[in-house]
Design a binder for this molecule. Structure first.
Ligand code: FAD
Ligand code: FES
Length: 244
């Protein structure tokens, strides 16, 4: 884990409020499910903002994010050639090395981007991957999953594309050796319950507002069956059985 300045290589606007930012990796470590703290401001805002790894290539890191407030609005203003500060990679990601057989990835909304790097690393590890990705209406990132997945299941709440309803309606955990999930808590809770019913191992990626991002301030602590855990350091990925 390291603090470093990097250069913005590209910024793409995918939808009205979703962007992909690509920066020089500068040798930073990066594993599926981990995140970086990002900052492109001096004094206007104090805290860096946590964003998950969407894609880690040999020389580049990409982040897919939704503009929701002041920090992400400033990130969206960055252009190729601008400087950005990063801290990372941070946290404990998905247990890729422990996996075998077939794994289902279940993502919703802005929980979908981190699962893309996860699909890539699982495939490199020799695991078969199916992706279940749920959107409200407009699709994004689907083509990024295609090279790494055997099957991709899509749902929209409006029915504009794919299955109309929630992505959890399509998941059959008994078909998999493990399930990884990332997205709204209500969705992950449902995934965890389906997995518990079928005794399929499940890991979920938790989100919490963060200050230091490195386990020092305890501001992101959550209650688990194994005591208090820091989302930024002990997580963000946890076995769902200790969370839900
Ligand atoms: C480990 C981790 C990984 C994340 N990865 C991604 C990602 O890949 N893509 C992405 O778009 N977002 C991701 N987020 C959420 C992202 O960090 C927040 O959206 C961002 O910090 C908001 O900053 P802001 O200054 O724009 O908004 P603020 O002005 O700080 O807040 C605006 C709104 O966003 C909400 N918000 C702020 N921080 C968070 C947070 N941590 N979680 C949920 N809601 C928050 C606030 O409640 C408020 O409604 C991640 C969060 C965590 C903890
Ligand atoms: S944000 Fe400080 S301990 Fe997690």
């Amino acid at each position: 884990m390291e603090y470093f300045d990097s250069i913005v290589l590209a910024q793409f606007q995918l939808t009205e409020d979703i962007f992909v930012l690509t920066v020089e990796r500068k040798g930073a470590p990066a594993a599926a499910g981990q995140f970086f703290m990002l900052k492109c401001w001096d004094r206007e805002l104090t805290l860096m903002r946590p964003i998950s790894i969407f894609e880690a290539e040999e020389d580049t890191l990409s982040f897919m994010y939704r503009v929701v407030g002041e920090g992400t609005r400033k990130l969206a203003e960055l252009k190729a050639g601008d400087t950005i500060s990063l801290l990372g990679a941070l946290g404990t990601g998905y247990p890729i090395g422990e996996m075998h057989g077939k794994v289902a990835l279940v993502g919703g909304g802005l929980g979908i981007p981190p699962l893309c790097q996860t699909a890539k690393e699982l495939t490199q590890h020799g695991v078969q991957v199916d992706a279940y990705i749920g959107f409200r209406d407009q699709l994004f990132a689907v083509e990024d999953f295609e090279p790494h997945c055997q099957s991709i299941f899509i749902s929209t709440e409006t029915g504009s594309e794919g299955y109309k309803g929630f992505i959890t309606d399509l998941l059959k955990p008994e078909q998999y050796d493990a399930v990884f999930t990332c997205g709204p808590e209500v969705m992950m809770r449902k995934v965890a319950a389906l997995c518990a019913e079928k005794q399929t191992a499940c890991w979920c990626s938790m989100e919490h507002r963060m200050a230091c991002g490195i386990g020092a301030c305890l501001g992101c602590s959550i209650r688990t069956t194994e005591g208090m855990k820091r989302v930024c350091k002990d997580g963000p990925v946890f076995p769902s059985k200790i969370i839900f």
